[in-house]
Design a protein around this ligand. Structure first.
Ligand code: ZN
Length: 683
């Protein structure tokens, strides 16, 4: 133990990477308080600067990094190994951390110093200039220009919002965890994949129950809704899923997010109004590539107008195939059957061809082929769960690039979904030199007994997606953490590298190398690869309008909110569905209560970003189809223009630097199989 370990608090250790396994709930608050106190002192020193210099700029970066160093492991652990104790420590400290951020963002003296620095910086210092430009923008968004009473109110709003959003997520997690389906009749589970049944069997045994015990985690929900032959089971799961954390369904009223939604919308609207924006949506665009609410709404409606006829055709076809009226819990089931029949291909049938280890080899091989990277498993410095691994990245000359933790399996008390997060940000500053380290988190089926973890192709796509984010974080060449990797990248452009990399998981050349049967090592037959690719655009119109429904709902909700009428959440969702959707859910559907992206996370008035970035990603990938999928020169150009620059360059400029022109809609519409003769420019 070194002196810097303080009283043995692992959150205050000087180790290069967090000592995850040693961190306990009781460490959180003392470490956060001590760090914030020290950084407040550092801030006061920075405020007293006469003339702001580059060293001064670096000293502020160190302050951000010091807070990140303590808070990032806490919020990470709260997502992946949540306990009631850790959760309440997290909740107790969240307002402290938020408060510190708000204080910083409202520091008038710093604001003026940044203003002075901007004027003295030469054009050639692009990263520094971007950092200062972002800082000045964020000062304005942090309320620094507000009169004192309004500024105080703004601070309160930010704190309350952070707490309400966290409460939204926790309700959702609790409501999801509370659901159980106990089944003793094997016949009632017909159609469900073996691997899921084995897990359900083990879960029942662990609780001394006969039969099978099914939960509501995302892989189980997906499996039931797609494969369960009994409509009653699908309906039960559908109802439980779409009524989580609401006034309806199996745990009605117990974790109801309804009042939180109204409150969150009200607080956001008030904050936007204080800063002089007409709506929270308009405020949200201040940090995005899109320029106005109208541009976003037009963009979404344009895509909807082109896709809806295709989606209608598809739902008609599916209804004919099913031979009866389709309920919302029937769509995925019949879609899967029709897909199997038409393409003789089933997600589950492909699973044995995608053992996790082999898929990882294929993915890392691709990173080598495109960017000359070598990725190897290394001894994990310290992990929070025995199944977590650590990998190191080296570039072609053998130099260290960084590393990442991979936490890939679903388990209780772990947040659902998949994500990438920065564990350590790249920094190359006086007083701080560090290589980037990422968290790669997924919720794949864990190995069971002798059977390794087997992925669906959908899982493979997810893995490539998150790895694309990780590459963005890891291949950055920016020295300032605030604009390195994904930091400081406009939200609607941040999904570009991830969605771009997804495209490679469909390429026959990539699939041939990585899809091998886990028992026989037989490669996935070429005919299946071809069919898999044809199946990619299967019901693409339906998928498109569903995403557009979410995006348009989110954006209009945050643009049209008024204190007089409130959010009109369900009424607005109905309106959007009438305009965009082709599947109409039952009255009890409470989708908004489960929409963690916009009420719990940072995608408020930003869900459209997925589609926006898909346009960018499809167009960027088209450059590879034109030049050859593994063309090193194209890959290097992409790395240099997009991946390396992080937030130090405007996303449109970065895109144009790579592509030689502004982005176009056409490649995405083509990729999705939605025919369009007319070519439209996004910009
Ligand atoms: Zn993503």
């Amino acid at each position: 133990m070194t002196a810097s370990d303080g009283a043995g608090n692992p959150l205050l250790s000087s180790d290069a990477l967090p000592r995850f396994s040693a961190i306990r709930a009781e460490h959180v608050e003392p470490a956060v308080r001590e760090t914030l106190a020290a950084q407040r002192a550092a801030l006061e020193r920075a405020e007293r600067a006469e003339t702001p210099t580059l060293e001064w700029l670096a000293s502020l970066e160190l302050i951000h990094e010091a807070v990140h160093r303590v808070w990032s492991p806490v919020s990470h652990l709260n997502s992946v190994v949540s306990t009631p104790e850790l959760r309440s420590a997290f909740n107790a400290c969240l307002p402290l951390v938020t408060e510190f951020g708000t204080e910083l963002a409202q520091n008038e003296r710093l604001y003026r110093l940044f203003g002075a620095l901007e004027e003295s910086l030469p054009e050639s210092l692009t990263a520094e200039r971007a950092l200062v430009r972002h800082a000045l923008r964020d000062f304005k968004l942090g309320g620094v220009a507000l009169p004192p009473t309004e500024r105080t109110r703004f601070r309160e709003l930010m704190q309350t919002l952070a707490a309400r959003q966290a409460a939204f997520e926790q309700n959702l997690m609790d409501a999801t965890d509370a659901f159980r389906h106990h089944e003793q009749d094997r016949g009632a589970l017909a159609g469900l994949p073996e691997v899921l049944l084995e897990r359900a069997r083990a879960a029942a045994r662990a609780e001394n129950l006969p039969g099978w015990l099914l939960t509501l985690d995302p892989p189980t929900y997906q499996a039931v809704i797609t494969h369960a032959e009994a409509p009653q089971l699908r309906e039960k799961y559908y109802e439980a899923w779409v009524t989580r954390a609401s006034d309806r369904g199996p745990s009605a009223g117990r974790w109801d997010n309804g009042p939180l939604i109204e409150e969150i919308l009200k607080l956001r609207h008030e904050a936007a109004a204080l800063l002089g924006y007409e709506s929270y949506a308009a405020l949200s665009l201040a940090t995005k590539m899109a320029r106005s609410p109208a541009e976003v709404i037009d963009f979404l409606r344009d895509l909807a107008r082109r896709s809806k006829p295709v989606a209608e055709r598809e739902i008609g076809e599916l209804t004919r195939y099913a031979g009866r009226k389709l309920e919302p819990w029937d769509v995925a089931f019949y879609a899967e059957r029709m897909k199997q029949e038409r393409f003789a291909i089933a997600e589950e049938e492909l699973r044995p061809y995608f053992p996790l280890e082999r898929v990882l080899e294929g993915l890392f091989g691709l990173a080598g082929r495109l960017f000359g990277l070598a990725i190897e498993r290394a001894d994990a410095p310290d992990v929070w769960h025995p199944s977590v691994r650590y990998y190191r990245l080296r570039n072609a000359s053998g130099g260290d690039v960084g590393g990442f933790f991979a936490d890939l399996f679903a388990r209780p008390n772990k947040r659902g979904g998949a994500w990438m997060d920065g564990c350590v940000n790249r920094a190359n500053l006086p007083g701080l030199r560090q290589l980037p380290v990422a968290h790669l988190v997924c919720n794949f089926n864990p190995p069971v007994g002798e059977t390794p973890s087997l992925l669906t192709h959908g899982d493979v796509v997810t893995l490539f997606h998150e790895f694309g984010h990780a590459l963005h974080h890891l291949l950055t060449e920016v020295d300032y953490p605030s604009v390195a990797g994904i930091n400081g990248v406009a939200w609607d452009a941040v999904e570009l590298p991830s969605q771009f990399l997804e495209n490679f998981s469909w390429l026959p050349e990539v699939l041939t190398g990585m899809a091998h049967h886990y028992k026989t090592s037989e490669p996935l037959p070429a005919a299946k690869i071809e069919t898999l690719n044809r199946s990619r655009t299967f019901l693409a119109g339906l998928g498109m309008v569903r995403q557009l429904e979410f995006a348009l709902f989110d954006f209009r909700l945050h643009h049209e909110y008024s204190p007089a009428t409130g959010g009109r959440t369900l009424a607005l969702l109905d309106e959007v569905r009438r305009e965009v959707a082709v599947v109409h859910p039952p009255e009890y559907n409470r989708f908004p209560n489960t929409f963690g992206h916009i009420f719990g996370g940072g995608y408020a008035a930003g869900y459209y970003s997925y589609k926006w970035a898909e346009v960018l990603a499809a167009d960027a990938f088209a450059a590879f189809t034109e030049a050859g999928a593994f063309d090193r020169a194209t890959a290097e150009r992409f790395r240099g223009a997009v991946l390396a620059v992080g937030g130090s360059r405007e996303p449109l400029d970065a895109f144009v630097a790579f592509r030689g022109r502004a982005p176009r809609l056409e490649p995405l519409l083509k990729q999705a199989g939605i025919e369009e003769s007319q070519e439209l420019a996004v910009q």
